[in-house]
Design a protein around this ligand. Structure first.
Ligand SMILES: Cc1ncc(C[n+]2csc(CCOP(=O)(O)OP(=O)(O)O)c2C)c(N)n1
Ligand SMILES: [Mg+2]
Length: 616
């Protein structure tokens, strides 16, 4: 008989988590950077007590909103290129369900996070307990079943010994580059407190290493043959390039073969913006430099990308009917999309093997030169729209220009929803890999501030700049207080255009009336005039409303000396966005309407849809 130790299930869980390690730059560190917790019934007595016991090895952080704390955990994993991650625990019922949106966010972005929501009593004796939703037809259903479709692995722990195989599976998923995503272990309240004789070996320290699968020989040969036949090859760099930390291999491959590169939202900063072969943003929010190549490309090497509609222009962007897509991806589900030639592998390994096999081969010089010309043209366009202005209501692009001039390329820039993602994708000049942190897989309003906090925890020595609209700010801002409490400085630039500007523009573009997006177009007795600076200051931030673009630049310059979260608010124009670059996006317009504008928009929509392809 192996030696055992008598612990509660929650004590076993937290002790196990505190023993999981990884190696970063040759140094052994805990793989869990900590655990976010909001206690209530369903976790305070069980997990709460157990976390207290390991508080030095596995730090517990308190937040103000469960969704936000999970955002912080997810951003931490992203900023760590999935090498380290965090857990998040909640009480039962509303606390647990507040994390479901965040679970979906992690699921879409393929980011590891361990959810530990409290659950009802497994013994069912006190039922129905406070916050329990009763199912008339299914005695096993609880609200935590909502996590199932948004978890890569879900388990409900109804006996203390079940935590052993569950944690084993959890670690497999969290550290697997292909399956990576959220894991939910739903922890019945009574079971958290129940004791069991756990084998001591379960708590032995374990060091996890990143798996880097190499390509299959046949798939590699097919990809090499396709590339050798290419006259107009193009790389799309997705988030997988960053997760694999494959920037060096990408640069070598691109330079060696003279292949231009464009980047998705998730993949931006794979190469620095000023890299000669980096055409930067592709797709609906793409640069003209990238999109003109995408239209013509005959071989598209899509690396670490899900090929979502913003990248493919709803499958209308890649117009070369004879094209071949090669899907270099660690996950077969993504590698074979749109009948791509799959090249299932880690991005760095795959690129290194492609480069070796293609040694001596180069794309036609005319194609590479053509890319360089396009880049010069785009840079001139971008400089125009980001230039300074005295306008009372500057555009988002002009604010981006100010932030870039004041902060340079050495900061980590974070954003998620509203008009900013499109503008930043085109216009932000990214520096080092990971310095552009976009949550545009799920584009969750309210990710930004908590996401900034998690990023700062991962990169405490860096300036983290969060750009956010008034709508996103109002949806979820409370972790400003947490950032102040933890002494983790964020620089938050808030663009107040008094409403949901980008959706208002989308509404107009689809023939709609100005309705229910901008505050002025929404049912009201009093038009709100929100003092965002006062609001942020009330949570302990240094906050200021700036009067102009020049004022913003000055305030940003000054803010570099602050060691506390700083919020700078600027009024902006809700109606303007950058025309240059971009591509059509499929948003279904009503087929019949009493509005002439809708009928006209539908006509235009039907024409645009002719450009779409399905599965070629
Ligand atoms: C949680 C969530 N709800 C709704 C949306 C849909 N949506 C996308 S952008 C947007 C408006 C964002 O407003 P704001 O942050 O002020 O940015 P702006 O559009 O004005 O630039 C909405 C409602 C979303 N992405 N996320
Ligand atoms: Mg707005």
């Amino acid at each position: 008989m192996s030696k055992t130790i008598r612990l509660t299930m929650a004590q076993a869980l937290t002790r196990f988590l505190s023993k999981q390690m990884t190696e970063i730059d040759g140094k052994k560190v805990p793989i869990f950077g900590g655990i976010w917790s909001i206690f209530g019934h369903g976790n305070v007595a069980g997990i709460g007590e157990a976390l207290y016991q390991v508080r030095d090895e596995l730090p517990t952080f308190r937040a103000h909103n469960e969704q936000a704390m999970a955002h912080a955990a997810i951003a931490y994993a992203k900023a760590n290129f999935r090498r380290r991650f965090m857990a998040a625990t909640s009480s039962i019922g509303p606390g647990a369900l507040n994390m479901v949106t965040a679970a979906a966010l992690a699921h879409v972005n393929r980011l590891p996070v361990l959810f530990l929501p409290g659950d009802v009593f497994a013994n069912r004796i006190p039922d129905p307990v406070l916050q329990q939703a009763e199912d008339f037809s299914d005695g096993t259903a609880t609200v935590n079943d909502c996590f199932r479709p948004v978890s890569r692995y879900f388990d409900r722990i109804t006996r203390p010994e079940q935590i052993i195989p569950a944690l084993n599976r959890a670690m497999q998923v969290l550290t697997d580059p292909a399956d990576c995503g959220p894991v939910t272990l739903s922890l019945c309240q009574d079971v958290q407190a129940e004791a069991y004789d756990y084998p001591e070996s379960f708590f032995a320290e374990r060091v996890w290493h990143q798996r880097r699968p190499r390509p299959d020989r046949h798939e590699l040969a097919a990809a090499v043959a396709a590339l050798k036949g290419a006259k107009k090859p193009l790389v799309i760099a997705g988030g997988g390039v960053l997760y694999s930390q494959a920037s060096d291999e990408l640069a070598k491959f691109a330079q060696g073969a003279g292949v231009p590169v464009c980047e998705t939202q998730g993949g931006k900063s794979s190469l620095p913006d000023d890299h000669a072969l980096n055409m930067a943003a592709v797709g609906v929010t793409g640069t003209s430099a990238a999109n003109r190549l995408a239209e013509e490309a005959d071989v598209v090497l899509a690396i670490g990308t899900r090929l979502q509609d913003f990248t493919t222009g709803s499958w209308a962007l890649f117009k070369n009917s004879g094209k071949t897509i090669i899907g270099l991806n660690v996950q077969p589900f993504d590698a074979g999309k749109h009948r791509a030639l799959p090249l299932v592998a880690d991005a760095a390994e795959g690129l290194a093997e492609l480069a070796a096999a293609l040694k001596g081969w180069k794309a036609p010089a005319s194609w590479t030169d053509n890319a360089a010309t396009g880049k010069t043209v785009w840079q001139a366009e971008a400089a125009k729209v980001t230039a300074s202005t005295n306008a009372a209501y500057p555009s988002d692009a002009q604010v981006i220009g100010a932030v870039q001039r004041a902060m340079g390329t050495g900061v980590t820039l974070l954003h998620a929803a509203g008009g900013l993602p499109g503008e930043l994708h085109k216009l932000w000049q990214a520096g080092a890999p990971g310095s552009y942190h976009a949550e545009y897989g799920f584009s969750t309003m309210g990710y930004e501030i908590a996401g900034g906090l998690g990023t700062k925890m991962a990169k405490p020595g860096e300036e983290v700049v969060v750009m956010i609209g008034d709508g996103s700010y109002l949806m979820l801002n409370s972790e400003i207080a947490t950032s102040v409490m933890l002494g983790l400085k964020l620089t938050i630039v808030l663009l107040d255009n008094r409403g949901y500007g980008c959706i208002n523009r989308l509404q107009m573009a689809t023939g709609g009336a100005n309705f229910n997006n901008l505050l002025k177009d929404s049912r009201h007795e009093i038009l709100p005039d929100i003092d965002f600076a006062a609001h942020a200051a009330s949570m302990g931030a240094i906050a200021e409303k700036v009067p102009s673009i020049a004022g913003l630049e000055n305030a940003l310059e000054k803010s570099k000396k602050n060691n506390r979260t700083t919020v700078l608010v600027i009024d902006t124009d809700p109606l303007v966005s950058t025309d240059a670059g971009g591509h059509w996006w499929d948003v279904a317009v009503p087929e019949v309407s009493t509005r002439a504008q809708v009928n006209a928009a539908r006509k235009a929509y039907d024409e645009k849809r002719q450009m779409q392809t399905i599965g070629d």
